[in-house]
Design a protein around this ligand. Structure first.
Ligand SMILES: [Zn+2]
Length: 273
């Protein structure tokens, strides 16, 4: 699933291509993916200008000149790619936005879990209202305080807390595993037992790992590509995620793969405590 670095890379790649452009027409191919219902969705988008493109957590948000927002969540396997005139429809196309300049944005989603919500001016669509803090732009003190406060209230493992979008917006399975490995903290550790010094370490590595992935334009393991259809290459720099049973890059012992907080989790029992 695209996480913060992937969605941010899509945003950065699309922004110069779509900013200021006018939507000629929306074509909906998967009714359940869009809100409101297709007829209204299509009518509302007609001839609207895209003024900006933002990201919040794993959401990609098109701002329109009317104050409306068009909010994409790519979920498991969605891709949003800018294409030239008369590009053929790929299999599993959910939605196409044709632009007046002859290009179009194709939302292709083999797993069909992705959503596109058009929200009225001044209203935030459902998923966005309960989102937690942004790891890269929130003040360090504020972020650490929020993590420690959330940790004190829960009995579950620290990995579950890092994945909780209502606390921290944008981390998913890949980066939670990578951050905990880099920080030397076991994903199984009860969140409430993580010390302030360890939270500080988690924070530092979270910033480091997310920025490193952004530099590599995200992780392409299966589906993810940026807004121009280009893969990222951070998959070549992952240290635990996807390395089931391989030797640990720090100590050489075999990595462990287990279910933690309901998700497949990669870690080193020797290096992570
Ligand atoms: Zn190790």
């Amino acid at each position: 699933m695209p996480e913060l670095p992937e969605v941010e890379t899509i945003r950065r790649s699309l922004l110069p291509l779509v900013q200021g452009k006018v939507i000629r027409e929306a074509r909906v191919y998967l009714t359940k993916a869009v809100k409101p219902a297709p007829e209204e969705f299509v009518a509302e988008l007609k001839e609207k200008r895209i003024t900006d493109l933002e990201r919040r957590g794993k959401y990609l948000i098109f701002l329109l000149d009317t104050g409306q927002r068009l909010v994409f969540h790519l979920r498991m396997a969605g891709r949003l790619v800018w294409q030239g005139e008369a590009s053929p429809l790929a299999k599993h196309t959910t939605l196409v936005l044709d632009l007046m300049d002859g290009h179009s944005l194709h939302f292709v989603d083999p797993r069909k879990f992705g959503t596109v919500v058009l929200s009225p001016p001044a209203a935030l669509p459902g998923g966005l209202t309960g989102l937690g803090l942004e790891p890269l732009t929130t003040d360090k003190g504020e972020l650490l305080a929020a993590l420690e406060k959330a940790a004190a209230r829960r009995s579950g493992p620290v990995k579950g807390l890092l994945l909780d979008q209502s606390v921290l917006a944008g981390l998913g399975n890949i980066y939670a595993d990578e951050v905990l490995f880099a920080a030397g903290i076991s994903p199984l550790r009860p969140a409430r037992e993580v010390t302030p010094a360890e939270w500080e370490r988690i924070y530092r590595w979270m910033i480091e790992v997310l920025n490193e992935s952004l530099d590599h334009r995200g992780t392409s393991r299966r589906d993810y590509v940026d807004g121009r259809g280009e893969p990222g290459d951070f998959q070549n720099y992952l240290r635990v995620y996807g390395r089931k049973k391989e030797p640990c890059v720090k100590c050489g012992n075999q990595l462990v793969y287990a279910r933690v907080a309901g998700r497949g989790t990669h870690y080193c029992p020797t290096c992570q405590h």
